[in-house]
Design a protein around this ligand. Sequence first.
Ligand SMILES: Cc1cc2nc3c(=O)[nH]c(=O)nc-3n(C[C@H](O)[C@H](O)[C@H](O)COP(=O)(O)O)c2cc1C
Length: 383
Amino acid sequence: MANKINSKYPSLEDLRNKAQRRIPKFAFEYLDGGCNEDVNIIRNTSEIRDVKLEPRYLRNKGISSTKTKVLGMEFDAPFGIAPVGLQGLMWPNSPEILAKAAYQHNIPFILSTVTTMNIERASELTNGNAWFQLYNPAEDAIRNDIIDRAAAAQCPVLVLLCDVPTFGYRPRDIRNGLALPPKMSIANILQILGKPTWALNTLKHGQPTFETLKPYTPEGLNLKQLGQFMDKTFSGRLNEERIKPIRDRWKGKLVLKGVASTQDTEDAIRLGFDGIIVSNHGGRQLDAAESTINSLTEITPKYGDKIEVMMDSGLRSGPDIARAMASGAKFTFMGRSFLYGCGALGNQGGDHTITMLKTQFKQVMDQLCCERVEDLPKHLITN
Ligand SMILES: Cc1cc2nc3c(=O)[nH]c(=O)nc-3n(C[C@H](O)[C@H](O)[C@H](O)COP(=O)(O)O)c2cc1C
């Protein structure tokens, strides 16, 4: 684990640019894009930048710590790795790379139901510290089996996703005929041939598949079939009746991810969730949605003391993490950023991206003369 960042890639934009050169276009566009016209993704990344922070130079005790408590656990920094599906398609072995790096840096790694590593392996790599994100299965038996596997793997937190009641409308993926395994159209073959490191690594690590779902899924689905399979088997359409059995069965911490309204926050509290992640899926589902920073500032004043409010979508830097924490988030997550890191730097991508974000975040803390992460709201400029 390096403590220094690779000086060629000091910003996320550097990592993104390099990743774009190394990942085939169909996979990079799946990672990078939003939905429809990309309005929501632009809103997320731009509106957080309006948040301003005020330093207190004459109260400087010369110490600051990035340690952060959430859900009764302490982490070395206030950010973690959000669940991302199909990670191995974007960079071979990336879920393993990221799970290991998160564990070494003592930050949370959330495994997606639909990624290319299974619950058991995530747990092994993180010594039982991986969180698991659940797409709600329509069938009770599958739901119960997945929950029991997460419990057996000692996942401390189950993250129930609520913001995919339907598949997002993503024009790039439709044009690219995105599928797992990648559809061998002439265009996709040419894209793969143009990215030899990706191609060699994919050969080495084998074809990515939905590892956690293997016991329940037919193989080789294209985008259309995947949509149908997700609709049929993993109904994201949630309500009280569907949530209650999950809360009853799962004895650990339960978090609702994808919350974007005060009403859903109220329901989450009533239904016994321990935390929520204010998120709009990185702008991939509803192009007309509010930015997450604005949703957060609606929710935290009313409910911040009743439930642990975390946030993702649109964060790209240490200053962004500080902006979110100052605005009332108890913790933050990022999705694309870590995959850009893997795309750019392969096995070093997780370590580098975490180190870079932590270095940037610590600089903000020191610059503000803020000793503790929980004091960041005192530095928020509210006018
Ligand atoms: C390629 C991609 C796949 C994703 N897959 C999942 C998923 O399987 N489950 C989930 O809960 N969220 C998923 N998300 C959403 C992320 O967990 C997270 O909310 C989002 O990436 C945060 O926005 P950011 O990328 O701007 O940091 C995905 C996001 C991306 C970019």
